[in-house]
Design a protein around this ligand. Structure first.
Ligand code: AMP
Ligand code: GLY
Length: 421
């Protein structure tokens, strides 16, 4: 079978490595992939947002199955366009991807169907938004409606900060049209849990839970990033919490999407906060998380391609999806200065003994040498019987990998290890 994976980060590398475990897979093309993915797939220089280019490539190259991983092409309708050419693929159609593409849509859906989330108001008029802030409690959370590279959420500690966030989104358009509307919501507290799930629109199968570490610095200090590391499972996701999430959040969400005529097929990601009043939805993503995927998929014991095809065919209920009872830890190695300004082009050395557990995100091959080419450069995942061992193993591997100006957090997993449930 010839597969095509759209995307080019660490998440896509993890998906590709897992798909390769299926013996029927003969070739995998990555569009565009990256210098590290090139070890495991044929990289094709077609951008993830180039929907016409993606469809043309798939049609001309006899692709049997496609996986669209990033949010942008999903929201832009890559799956719809591939389906029109009868190319089966994994991922939601655009009308379902809106669950991530518009935060206002997601909030209205949750309100309509009674799915627990933070209280909120939606504004497309800046003066009304500013006036609302005067009457709201702080901290208050300001969110750009559309996609904003994970930067569209501001937790404002003062009213001035909240107003500045609103005017940067609505007047200065720092996120372009994504900030034409804003959601202003209640600040929630509690541990965060990421739950990715497979769903064919009828059946939903949560994957093993995980915990992201979003801030750039140790002890959750510094700027928000795309994610500096993950662990799985997440100790705060107890069997009781899991049962409550299934009943009050997961099933109601896929049923709500079906009722709205927006059947969601693919990976639905629930960003949850376990508040004193129970689990609430912080955000939905219409795709695998990055770097959650780098800890979740290594723990998947079932064949990924089989599960993905069951999602596409609507046969998930009859398909076994099994996870290992081990633990995993992924530490991201980034370029110093990320997420603001950083240099690129440094040679990366990865000893052979750790290669299998490395997922490359921001690197390219220059003159035959793998060099850094992004903020998040790579992730190193270790799997072990206990979380403590997994964390130790991941950091031991990090110590063997080198590129100039690298930095990583030293405390990935620390919060999970200290969790007092
Ligand atoms: P992202 O959407 O990935 O940029 O990250 C948003 C982050 O902001 C979440 O992971 C939470 O840590 C935080 N956040 C979002 N909404 C709320 C809320 N209502 N209350 C508290 N924290 C929030
Ligand atoms: N790690 C969070 C995300 O993928 O959105």
């Amino acid at each position: 079978m010839k597969l095509m994976v759209v995307g080019g980060g660490g998440r896509e590398h993890a998906i590709i490595k897992k798909l390769k475990e299926n013996k029927n897979v003969t070739e995998i093309y990555a569009l565009p992939g990256n210098g590290g993915i090139a070890q495991d797939a044929v990289c094709v220089p077609i951008g993830a947002k180039d929907i016409d280019g993606i469809v043309k490539f798939a049609s001309e190259n006899g692709i049997d199955y496609a996986v669209v991983a990033p949010d942008d092409p999903l929201v832009l309708g890559a799956v719809d366009a591939l389906n029109e050419k009868d190319i089966p693929c994994f991922g939601p159609t655009a009308d379902a991807a809106v669950i991530e593409g518009s935060k206002a849509f997601a909030k209205e859906l949750m309100k309509k169907y009674g799915i627990p989330t933070a209280e909120y108001e939606i504004f497309d008029d800046m003066d009304k938004a500013l006036a609302y802030i005067d009457s709201s409690e702080i901290p208050v959370v300001i969110k750009a409606d559309g996609l904003a590279l994970g930067k569209g959420v501001i937790i404002a500690q003062t009213k001035e900060e909240a107003k500045a966030a609103v005017s940067s989104m609505m007047a200065d358009k720092v996120f372009g049209s994504s900030g034409d509307r804003v959601v202003i919501e209640e600040f929630l507290t509690g541990p965060e849990v990421s739950v990715l799930s497979f769903t064919d629109g009828e059946t939903i199968v949560p994957m093993i839970s995980s915990m992201d570490h979003k801030r750039a610095g140790d002890n959750d200090t510094g700027l928000n990033t795309g994610g500096m590391g993950t662990v799985a499972p997440n100790p705060y996701y107890t069997p009781e919490v899991a049962a409550e999430c299934m009943e009050k959040i997961f099933l109601p969400t896929i049923r709500a999407m079906k009722k709205e005529g927006r059947i969601f097929k693919g990976c639905l990601y629930f960003g949850l906060m376990i508040t004193p009043k129970g689990p609430k939805v912080i955000e939905y993503n219409c795709r695998f998380g990055d770097p959650e995927t780098q800890v979740v998929l290594p723990l998947l014991r079932s064949d990924l391609l089989t599960v993905m095809q069951a999602v596409t065919n609507g046969t998930l209920a009859e398909t076994e999806v099994k996870f290992s009872d081990k633990s995993a830890c992924c530490v991201i190695m980034a370029s110093k200065g990320y997420p603001v300004k950083y240099e690129k082009g440094y040679e990366i050395t990865i000893p052979r003994e750790v290669e299998d557990s490395v997922y490359i995100a921001g690197a390219e091959i220059k003159d035959g040498v793998l060099v850094t080419n992004g903020g998040r450069v790579l992730g190193v995942t270790a799997v072990a019987d206990t979380l403590e061992e997994a964390v130790g193993k991941a950091y031991a591997s990090v110590g063997k990998i080198h590129f100039d100006n690298s930095f990583y957090r030293n405390d990935i997993g620390a919060k999970a290890l200290k969790a007092n449930i």
